[in-house]
Design a binder for this molecule. Structure first.
Ligand SMILES: [Zn+2]
Ligand SMILES: [Zn+2]
Length: 287
């Protein structure tokens, strides 16, 4: 990562990156954040999330021990301090970290875009996360590592349906009558958040399937004040897994404030005549 961006993160989150100057024998942060610039907004938002919940909600303090890319995906290794003395469990923060890592597989490591064909690609034998545009700049042959990058074309309606088909348990309320559920309205956000929602559902369902965690059922999915609201209920018993899953859902909502709701590129929240919307410069210009 570019030195200026890295310095900005170190400066903004001194507690998380407190080991940055330790010698190699004591910390793997000595080489800095070993990822490209495209993940800056993801790491920035994740650190902000972790620090906020420590400062205001009694969660343990996260301390980064290594930040790098491995097989095209972000690895954000953290320890948690004062876990015993904290009111809230670290599993909530861990859910956010693990989901951020999972999400990075759909965020171009060079330019930060999510969207059409952004995903894991094998380029010259090694795996990397790139968008279509950044891949065009490469001169070598490449191929998708996972075919789910190639999303259904043709507007939000089809993508919307793709999510219901892919995650029938999460979206099971779709078949309930209109009077009983807000899910009858479908997913009420712009297309730019498709990857975020797709990755979130995929991550949640895989955790539940693998670990017999509570089943997440979506009750309403919409945009509010420029952020994704993913309202759910949990069908299950254990408090501990709910904290873990909730950490991921809350972080997805939080990170949506950095993704253009129209196109998926990095964006910022703007007041568009009384409405807060998250947009990139280009989409803002079109308004
Ligand atoms: Zn790119
Ligand atoms: Zn945009």
């Amino acid at each position: 990562m570019q030195k200026e961006l890295q310095e900005q993160l170190f400066e903004n989150y001194p507690l998380i990156f407190r080991n940055k100057d330790k010698p190699q024998s004591q910390s793997l942060l000595y080489c800095g954040l070993c990822v490209e610039n495209g993940w800056y907004h993801l790491i920035d938002q994740l650190c902000g999330f972790l620090q906020f919940h420590h400062d205001h909600n009694g969660y343990p303090q996260a301390i980064a021990s290594q930040v790098k890319q491995k097989f095209g995906v972000l690895r954000f290794y953290t320890k948690f301090e004062d876990g015993d003395r904290s009111d809230r469990p670290e599993s909530y923060l861990l859910g956010a970290v693990h989901f951020a890592e999972h999400l990075s597989a759909r965020i171009c490591e060079l330019c930060g875009a999510m969207g059409a064909e952004t995903g894991l690609w094998a380029v010259k034998g090694y795996v990397t996360t790139l968008c279509l545009q950044c891949r065009k700049g490469q001169i070598f042959e490449d191929q998708p590592v996972n075919s789910n990058i190639l999303k259904p074309p043709g507007g939000w309606k089809k993508k919307d349906r793709h999510l219901y088909e892919e995650y029938p348990l999460i979206f099971k309320d779709r078949s309930r009558p209109m009077t009983e559920t807000c899910m009858c309205w479908g997913i009420c956000t712009g297309e730019g958040w498709f990857d975020l929602i797709d990755q979130l559902c995929g991550w949640l369902q895989s955790q539940t399937d693998k670990n017999a965690y509570s089943q997440v059922v979506a009750e309403q999915v919409k945009e509010k004040f420029g952020e994704l609201c993913f309202y759910v209920r949990y069908e299950g018993e254990s408090e501990k897994d709910i904290e873990y899953l909730e950490g991921a859902i809350d972080f997805a909502g939080n990170f949506s404030g950095r993704i253009c709701e129209q196109c998926g590129r990095p964006g910022t929240q703007t007041d568009t005549g009384g409405w807060i919307k998250t947009l990139c410069n280009e989409c803002r210009g079109k308004k």
